[in-house]
Design a protein around this ligand. Structure first.
Ligand SMILES: *Cc1c(COP(=O)(O)O)cnc(C)c1O
Length: 370
């Protein structure tokens, strides 16, 4: 870890100070523009809205500061992931993906099959088994959602590099305040800032970060030529969200740590997973490579009906897909086709006060046992 997280948070709040001239607004101005005043030779300034925009640049500076690496913003997490895979993969390449991560990743890999790119999948919990020989790109989500299994980022990085490959980590579930994969040897981080970084469930955004200049140049080129650009307004919203990410994330992780053992002890709950619990299969690795244990908890209720009854019966839990927002939200994941039991629930802890949230959850679970 190069910078302690608290000083990272303090620095983040004042990142713009170095650019300020007397009379400038302290908050980030929103620049809605497709064209910019561009006299003479066109270099070194903003010219056209598909090439760059000062509001994106400000968000990329914040994300780049958190990742400690150059960063390119996209209009969604999937736009970032597909830009990365499409700009790096070549015909004949093999890609390895987590089998239990965000499923749309596989759709991207399936699209690439039309161009002669092959892919395989492997469970996150045993990601190291079988090695990485022959894979040009290796892509893991850790902790993988919704099952919350973890792989050893440093060990996978080393093994992937030994085989000449590039290791990509989807860090959406943790954010840079919870885990910094580049510090552990990963080559690229991708993330859906739609989730906790924006945090208010009102815009989609994504980014790619890497210390490898060739990868960043390829991804930047992809964005500019394919036109998958973020809206300046969405970037401005994400900038605003990032200003409170650390305080929200800390609160959400604290509350998840408070609630997970109570949930696990409840008689309606089976197979609870939370990397922060000492007996969780992910715990030791989580301690070694994560800064916090995150805000996602997964568990199984007796049936799909019970899962719906719990979610819809709890006034402090939103019935919604996605995670990382200020509102606690839960989803029965078979609704999205995940390979999990019918009563499997993914719970994303939000910013509500912990005691009140637990009481509401407990009351809704007690009702299932009545
Ligand atoms: C949500 C999510 C994505 C996709 O992000 P969008 O902004 O919805 O495109 C990718 N990876 C993970 C782990 C996610 O949770």
């Amino acid at each position: 870890m190069s910078k302690p997280l608290k000083s990272l948070a303090a620095g983040l709040a004042h990142l713009r100070d170095a650019h300020l001239k007397p009379g400038d607004a302290i908050p980030l101005p929103l620049t809605m523009a497709s064209v910019f005043h561009s006299p003479g030779d066109a270099s070194g300034f903003h010219q056209y809205g598909r090439f760059s925009n000062p509001t994106w640049t400000a968000v990329e500076e914040m994300l780049g500061y958190l990742e400690d690496a150059p960063c390119i913003g996209f209009p969604s997490g999937m736009a970032a992931i597909s830009a990365l895979l499409f700009s790096l993969a070549k015909s004949g390449d093999r890609i390895l993906l987590s089998s239990d991560g965000y499923p749309t990743t596989r759709l991207v890999a399936e699209r690439l099959a039309a161009f002669g790119v092959h892919f395989d999948t492997r469970p996150t919990a045993s990601f190291l088994d079988g090695g990485f020989e022959g894979y040009r790109l290796v892509y893991a989500e850790t902790p993988a959602n919704p099952g919350l299994d973890i792989c050893d980022i440093a060990a996978v990085s080393e093994a992937v590099h030994a085989g000449g490959g590039i290791f990509i980590v989807d860090n959406t579930t943790m954010t840079p305040f919870g885990q910094r994969p580049l510090e552990h040897g990963a080559d690229v981080v991708v993330a859906a800032d739609t989730k906790a970084p924006n945090g208010h469930s009102d815009v989609l955004f994504g980014h790619v970060a890497s210390r490898n200049a060739e990868i960043i140049a390829a991804v930047q080129e992809w964005r500019q030529t394919c036109g998958v650009i973020p809206s300046p307004f969405d970037a401005w919203m994400v900038h605003r969200g990032l200003e409170t990410l650390e305080i929200r994330f800390e609160r959400m992780c604290d509350t998840a740590e408070f609630i997970a053992p109570r949930l696990k002890a409840h008689k309606a709950v089976r197979s609870l997973r939370y990397p922060g619990l000492a007996d969780d299969p992910s715990h030791n690795l989580a301690r070694a490579q994560m800064e916090r244990f995150g805000f996602l908890i997964s568990f199984v209720l007796d049936s799909a009906e019970k899962a719906e009854e719990f979610i819809q019966g709890c006034p402090l839990v939103e019935s919604a897909t996605s995670f990382g927002g200020v509102h606690t939200a839960a989803e029965r994941r078979t609704k999205r086709g995940d390979a999990v039991p019918p009563g499997f629930v993914r719970l994303s802890i939000g910013c509500e006060p912990a005691e009140e949230l637990w009481q509401a959850i407990e009351t809704s679970l007690d009702r299932l046992c009545a």
